[in-house]
Design a protein around this ligand. Structure first.
Ligand SMILES: [Zn+2]
Length: 753
């Protein structure tokens, strides 16, 4: 009889089964645990051995934006080409090994434009991974891909590979290059903001692994990301691309016109915050190819035969083109520094705006004669305001004597002239000066000689003098943001230290406006109230060492609107070798042109006087296609004149083109038939008054656009953008540059004895 299992038996069997299963599970789990935990290191090591292409994925570098979020620096995809030498060694036959090396060396040397032997040596290295060339472009990538599949027998895909990385890219080429700097081969910042903020911009690298299976041929280039890369943080600058462009444009024109030998610099700063809106250095470079010299500099290098000297010259010129003159070089500021001396005298109640000073041309300090630049016998009795406008050294020596070395030193330090400004750029130079000024050193210091500061210190000092008296910290980065655009850090303008009182600052503004109206007239900006000070300093150290006494720096600082200042523009031209070298003649016009372009851009409406209104440029209307009489009426109502060429009934072509700006009363040539443009010869328009230029232009049938100060009646033209005797179309616009030839900003006392 069959025995039916009792419920108890079934239960027992189930329990037994569970125990068996549990035991089995425990055993296997135990071994798993053992393998994973106890021998973990060994397995990891073995895994690593198999992971031949374990490598870092470079994190995308953060971007750099201007203050309006225009991109100034970014990263674009690029590829590195690598080879796997140890896999070549794993080939079955030695002859195959050698053949693979030859094919790789031949192929890659041609595609990558590299020496064949160099690549051949790399194929013999004892490693599974070596980079042949970093950051190649898409065109090279396509060639490498074609090359890899070109030889079916060798299976080149096993030995040659491409790895995606990033390449730094500057969309505006040279714009702001000196400020931005550039990166090296491994995307590391080497100059400018790229270097100063390298830690913020560099992200965290990720890791990729490409495991090799037992035979290894299939998986080799299929990577597995094990750690994602984290993008670096981005910078939002105080810099404004348009203002930067304007600063660079007028600096470059001046450097060429004045034949400046040792480059020039321009800084545009917000006087209340120290935010840098523009910083231009002439002779800059393209950060996309920072190691490329200008054609001129390259020619200098090429002319040298000796290899060692060639290489030394090349690196000297590279360093020169990268160097930020506005921050890394010091100079004797000359008369622009009189702003300091006047402000200190006023602040300490030693002088007032109406104090008088006598200048008899020569003023003797401790037996040493100091001369005024005014050669006729001195300025006589002048008020403080007149003294600064006349830029009279004897007057400022007297103010320096009233101040004395102790107070002079106290303010020298309070205005941050004893150390670096701490601007967020690498390579800021330290000032140097006499701590204990004797009578003659104090005398020279009070008009800006015998000590050296940087341009960035000079403009910061001027900003403090007019902004209500607050010290500013010049800076270029407003915010740092992460890849999700969260703000991580932002510049704070709190804790500004007040150096001089609001009253003193107000008086300084009045006086600096007086200076531009009466002395530094080339700083005038039509339609705006501007203050400023010019300076011409001698390069004493270089004069003494070279024996060449004709070495000057012409500089200018302009401030606008002077009744409620926002912007300061500083201009320096180092060693002008043309006909002029006074700051008032060569640098003030640059400041005026920059202000003329940027003040309307910043939202300030010009308020023209009637005299100015008569002289401003007019925008040419579009009359092309119009019936001839209607066109004539429109031209006339625009305060322009016209000349009709042809017998047609409507205008088929006009010159100047619509939208061009020409001088009030200029002539528009209206062609009524399709024909060759009538031509004319450009007259010599230099050394003339405004009305003489107008007459000459009208006689020649050309139009003029005026650049620079044309407000006062004493200005003369000094340059034109199309040379005399050139043949041009009738109606062609020629830009003519004007300036006031009177200047009073020399600080010649040092060597004129
Ligand atoms: Zn004088």
């Amino acid at each position: 009889m069959a025995i039916r299992p009792s419920k108890q038996m079934i239960n027992r069997a189930i329990i037994t089964m569970i125990i068996v299963i549990l035991c089995l599970t425990l055993v296997s789990t135990g071994s798993l645990v053992k393998i994973m935990i106890i021998d973990g290191n060994m397995y990891q090591a073995k895994a690593s051995e198999q992971q031949l292409y374990d490598s870092l994925i470079s994190a995308p570098r953060g971007d750099i934006y201007d203050r309006n979020m225009n991109l100034l620096a970014t990263s674009s995809p690029a590829w590195s080409v690598f080879i796997a030498p140890n896999d070549i060694k794993d080939l079955d036959k030695e002859s195959d090994e050698e053949k693979a090396r030859q094919v790789i060396a031949d192929g890659l040397s041609e595609i990558l434009d590299m020496p064949r032997d160099e690549i051949y040596e790399l194929t013999k290295k004892d490693t599974y991974y070596v980079v042949v060339k970093k950051r190649v472009g898409k065109d090279v990538v396509d060639k490498i891909r074609d090359f890899i599949v070109s030889d079916k027998d060798l299976k080149l895909a096993n030995y040659v590979g491409l790895e995606e990385t990033t390449k730094r890219y500057y969309p505006n080429d040279t714009l702001a290059s000196t400020v931005l700097g550039f990166v090296g081969d491994d995307n590391q910042g080497l100059a400018g903001l790229e270097s100063y903020y390298d830690n913020d911009l560099t992200g965290i690298s990720g890791r990729v692994v490409a495991a090799k299976n037992a035979k290894g041929t299939d998986m080799r280039f299929s990577y597995e990301k094990i750690e994602e890369a984290t993008q670096g943080n981005s910078l939002i600058l105080t810099l404004d691309s348009y203002i930067q462009y304007v600063c660079e444009k007028y600096l470059d024109i001046a450097v060429e016109q004045e034949q400046v030998k040792e480059r020039g610099a321009v800084i545009a700063m917000n006087v209340n915050t120290g935010a840098i809106l523009g910083m231009a250095v002439s002779g800059d470079f393209n950060p996309n190819s920072p190691f490329t010299l200008s054609a001129e500099d390259q020619a200098l290098v090429d002319a040298i035969a000796n290899e060692e000297e060639k290489s030394a010259k090349r690196s000297e010129l590279l360093n020169r083109q990268w160097r930020n003159k506005a921050v890394s070089d010091t100079y004797e500021p000359g008369s622009v520094f009189k702003i300091f001396t006047a402000a200190v005298g006023l602040e300490e109640d030693l002088i007032t705006k109406n104090s008088t000073f006598t200048c008899n041309h020569t003023y003797i300090v401790a037996g040493r004669p100091y001369h005024c630049h005014d050669k006729i016998g001195g300025h006589g009795i002048q008020t403080l305001q007149q003294s600064i406008s006349n830029s009279c050294n004897p007057a400022f020596i007297q103010i320096g004597q009233l101040i004395g070395n102790d107070i002079f030193s106290k303010y020298f330090s309070a205005f941050n002239l004893t150390g670096k400004t701490g601007i967020d750029l690498p390579g800021e130079a330290s000032p140097y000066y006499h701590a204990d000024r004797g009578p003659t050193e104090l005398a020279s210091s009070s008009f800006g000689q015998t000590f050296n500061i940087t341009p960035i210190q000079m403009i910061s000092l001027a900003a403090t003098a007019v902004n209500g008296g607050y010290a500013v910290k010049p800076h270029l980065v407003e915010k740092i943001i992460d890849s999700d655009k969260n703000v991580i850090e932002s510049y704070s303008n709190d804790n500004r230290k007040q150096v001089i009182s609001k009253n003193t600052s107000n008086t300084m503004r009045e006086m600096l406006e007086y200076v531009v109206q009466n002395g530094a007239k080339n700083g005038i900006v039509s339609g705006y109230r501007v203050g400023g000070k010019t300076g011409t300093s001698q390069k004493m150290a270089q004069i003494l060492s070279s024996g060449n006494s004709h070495l000057y720096i012409g500089s200018y600082v302009g401030i606008a609107p002077i009744d409620d200042p926002e912007i300061a523009v500083f201009v320096m031209l180092d060693e002008p070798t043309g006909a002029n070298y006074y700051g008032g003649l060569i640098s003030a016009p640059v400041g005026s042109k920059i202000m003329t372009d940027i003040l309307p851009y910043l939202g300030y409406e010009p308020q023209y006087s009637q005299e100015e209104l008569d002289k401003i440029s007019i925008s040419v209307p579009d009359v092309t296609g119009e019936e001839i009489n209607a066109a004539k009426t429109r031209i006339n109502s625009s305060k322009l004149s016209y000349k009709v060429i042809g017998k047609g009934e409507s205008v088929v072509k006009q010159l100047p083109e619509a939208g061009s700006s020409v001088y009030n009363g200029g002539m528009v040539i209206l062609y009524t038939e399709e024909s060759e443009s009538h031509t004319t010869t450009v007259p010599n328009l230099m050394g003339l008054t405004v009305s003489e230029v107008n007459t000459a232009a009208a006689n020649a049938g050309i139009n003029v656009e005026f650049s620079g100060n044309v407000s006062s009646n004493t200005v003369l033209s000094y340059a034109q953008d199309i040379n005399p005797d050139e043949t041009v179309s009738l109606g062609q616009i020629v830009t003519v540059y004007f300036r006031d030839e009177a200047s009073a900003d020399m600080t010649e006392s040092e060597i004129s004895e």
